[in-house]
Design a protein around this ligand. Structure first.
Ligand code: BES
Ligand code: ZN
Ligand code: ZN
Length: 466
């Protein structure tokens, strides 16, 4: 599928957005009414003989446009048209690009005979190309990076394991001019990253710590550290997951995949910020060599951790990676992305990323700005001292799980907080993408599988750094 800006071109079919009011003024109102089209949000109606595809919207807001374009593009991909056109302007172009590129996404790597679509050309028609060009290019870069992230998330654990994750990161680094350093198990031992190493011990794949760096040509406005949970498979370990919960656990690397997508965005948009990505790529398996509930691990920071559940492995990987990242780079912001807890889904639903941290300003920036116009949903989960106490251990400095069953997303966040150095407390935010990173049914511009959660709202944040 090609998507391009054009001045004026004849396409096989033209998309028109209609709400309840504009519908009544439409030249073909009677025909549309007869077809049962009442401009309900996400409803579509073909007037084949007129070359029109009417798309219903509640009103002109960008969320509504992105959503109906996603519905339209899926139908168009199965229809017989070769080209489609949309009228675009600076206000709606981002939503239309997202609807087309994200809503039209398919992952066919494992289909022996993928369906071929006849739809080849998407024309975005505008009066003056120069006026919308910048927004168009930016929207394409961010949407493509989101699909890049989805592709990796969707890749099966046999193909995407810690070493192949590292290879993929190296390839991205080469293509996009990033520095790349990979630490294998020997170096992780030297770094005393025993918590991370314990999680990966029963896997036949070596654990890897991936560090990518983007440095701008001009002086960097700020330095940003991005940390991603990259569990290429989470079986739960000896605290084995029930069969049904294990399915989809290839997605437990989504935080790391999102961080790679963000690196793609910053380097392609050539932003004036220095960005470091740290990904802990590990596979959590069972075997005679597996780490156990009852083990006590000495983390890189020296803090000892009682393992009470080997399925709470993400925090064990992240505590060492966060500690390493803080020693390696002095940065203005530290953000981590992780499919950390099922509890986050219980708290906020499947569509919303959980946001945790200490800084009121950062929380405000993300909740009110970065998320709102990125199309992603964020929900704040507040820390408190009572929940913090639930991580006490009788034998070690901290337990890897809470002693009570409620507030699991927050206690996981508080576990990570223990590894954030005092001087960095207000620079850090934790994003739990357990619900938002993967879906078994389409919603908004997301389709079955990885959603690329994190890439869009973080790109928005990075773009606006002053
Ligand atoms: N990777 C899971 C969290 C998860 C669950 C992500 C479902 C996406 C969908 C994580 O490693 C995990 O298993 N967490 C446990 C923590 C518990 C043992 C304290 C959980 O959420 O049940
Ligand atoms: Zn787990
Ligand atoms: Zn996990």
């Amino acid at each position: 599928m090609n998507i391009d800006l054009v001045n004026d071109i004849k396409s096989d079919i033209k998309v028109e957005f209609l709400d309840k009011n504009t519908l009544k003024e439409h030249k073909r109102y009677k025909k549309l009414k007869k077809a049962g089209f009442v401009a309900e949000q996400d409803s579509i109606c073909f007037l084949h003989e007129k070359g029109i595809l009417a798309c219903g919207i509640e009103d002109n807001n960008t969320d509504n446009i992105r959503s109906v374009v996603s519905v339209a593009i899926k139908t168009l991909k199965n229809a017989n048209y070769k080209s489609v056109s949309f009228d675009v302007n600076n206000k709606n172009i981002k939503a239309i690009v997202e609807g087309v590129v994200l809503g039209g996404y398919e992952f066919n790597r494992y289909k022996s005979k993928p369906k071929k679509s006849k739809l080849k050309d998407i024309y975005l028609a505008c009066g003056d190309i120069n006026e919308v060009k910048e927004k168009f290019n930016e929207a394409i870069i961010i949407a493509d990076a989101t699909n890049f992230t989805r592709d990796i998330v969707n890749t099966i654990p046999e193909d995407l394991n810690p070493p192949s994750f590292a290879t993929l990161a190296r390839k991205l680094a080469k293509e996009n001019g990033l520095a790349c350093e990979i630490l294998g198990e020997k170096q992780l031992k030297k770094e005393k990253m025993e918590a991370m190493l314990a999680v990966g011990r029963a896997s036949r794949h070596d654990s890897k710590l991936i560090h990518l760096t983007y440095k701008p040509k001009k002086k960097a406005k700020k330095v940003v550290t991005l940390v991603g949970k990259g569990l290429t498979y989470d079986s739960g370990g000896l605290s084995l997951k029930p069969a049904a919960s294990m399915v989809t656990m290839k997605m437990d690397k989504a935080g790391g995949c999102a961080v790679l997508g963000m690196m793609k965005v910053v380097s392609e948009l050539k932003l004036d910020v220095e960005v470091h990505a740290f990904i802990g790529a590990v596979e959590n398996m069972i075997g005679g060599d597996a780490y156990k509930p009852d083990d006590v691990l000495v983390s890189r920071s020296g803090t000892t951790i009682e393992v009470r559940n080997t399925d709470a492995e993400g925090r064990l990987v992240l505590c060492d990676v966060l500690d390493y990242a803080q020693d390696k780079v002095k940065s203005d912001y530290i953000f981590d992305f992780a499919t950390l807890t099922g509890a986050c889904m219980v708290a906020l639903g499947q569509y919303t990323t959980g946001v945790m941290g200490h800084s009121t300003k950062l929380k405000h920036d993300f909740m009110m700005r970065a998320a709102m116009d990125s199309g992603e949903l964020l929900g704040h989960l507040p820390f408190n001292r009572h929940l913090k106490k639930l991580l006490k251990s009788g034998i070690a400095d901290i337990s890897n799980v809470s002693s009570k069953p409620y507030g699991g997303a927050i206690t996981a966040g508080l576990f990570l907080d223990r590894f954030i150095k005092e001087e960095n407390k207000d620079k850090w935010m934790h994003f739990d993408i357990a619900g938002s990173a993967y879906t078994d049914s389409p919603w908004d511009c997301n389709v079955y599988g990885g959603t690329g959660a994190g890439v869009r709202f973080m790109s928005n944040f990075l773009k606006n750094i002053k």
